[in-house]
Ligand binder design. Structure first.
Ligand SMILES: CC(C)(COP(=O)(O)OP(=O)(O)OC[C@H]1O[C@@H](n2cnc3c(N)ncnc32)[C@H](O)[C@@H]1OP(=O)(O)O)[C@@H](O)C(=O)NCCC(=O)NCCS
Length: 200
């Protein structure tokens, strides 16, 4: 998750001219917690709840307003929400979400994990892992590498990314605003057909 300049700007340096396939429905997940959740494509009706969760989780680092989510959906990113089927204050209750921006064209895709978040009371239950794996499956389908930025002090996110094949590329000083926190840039190489056959 990275800061953006305006509502419609990404938290990241994504290419606004990118052409990208739309995300497909994802599978049910069974986190370790006592809530049963399923993953599904993010829809406009989920945006308000996602933006509210942003305010809770990224208060110091330019939380995305609803317009930023709408912009990402307009661009055709692979965005998923974890839901439990309940409704709160008229909105479908969102337990977490993740979004992969897709740049480039067939045969030469590149992706960027623009956001991943789990409601505080559901963190540590396996939901973050389920969301990450679901968006990585999309990158693998496209044989695309995945890039991301993460605060250097975000041990849980870094642990999750390293567990899924991401490696640190470098540090971006003062990347997050207004906090001024540094970011690691991380990359997960594309999983090609050959590597899949090798079982890697
Ligand atoms: C990062 C985040 C999405 C992870 O989701 P989660 O549901 O809490 O994570 P999970 O329960 O699926 O745990 C997955 C992995 O995260 C890592 N992890 C979780 N907590 C950790 C901690 N305190 N220290 C190190 N690694 C940790 C582990 O690798 C864990 O795998 P394991 O259970 O096999 O050990 C969640 O903590 C979150 O929303 N944080 C706030 C928002 C945020 O920082 N997003 C990332 C922006 S780059």
């Amino acid at each position: 998750m990275t800061p953006g300049d305006s509502a419609a700007a990404s938290h990241d340096g994504r290419n606004p001219d990118a052409t990208a396939p739309h995300g497909a429905a994802s599978d049910a997940v069974a986190p370790h917690g006592d809530v049963s959740a399923r993953l599904e494509p993010m829809r406009r009706r989920h945006v308000r709840a996602c933006a509210e969760l942003e305010q809770v989780l990224f208060a110091r680092d330019s939380p995305w307003p609803p317009a930023a989510f709408h912009s990402e959906l307009d661009l055709g990113g692979h965005y998923l929400v974890a839901v439990d089927g309940s409704v709160r204050d008229g909105d479908e209750h969102v337990l977490g979400y993740a979004g992969l921006a897709i740049m480039g064209k067939r045969g030469d895709y590149e992706t960027s994990l623009h956001t991943i978040a789990v409601r505080p009371e559901h963190q540590g239950t396996g939901l973050g892992k389920a969301l990450l794996r679901a968006v990585l499956a999309k990158a693998d389908e496209l044989a695309a590498p995945v890039l991301l930025e993460v605060r250097t002090d975000n041990d849980s996110a870094i642990g999750l990314y390293e567990q899924h094949g991401f490696q640190r590329l470098g540090v971006r000083k003062g990347y997050y605003q207004p906090s001024g926190a540094d970011a690691y840039t991380m990359r997960r190489d594309a999983i090609t057909g050959e590597r899949r056959e090798d079982g890697h």
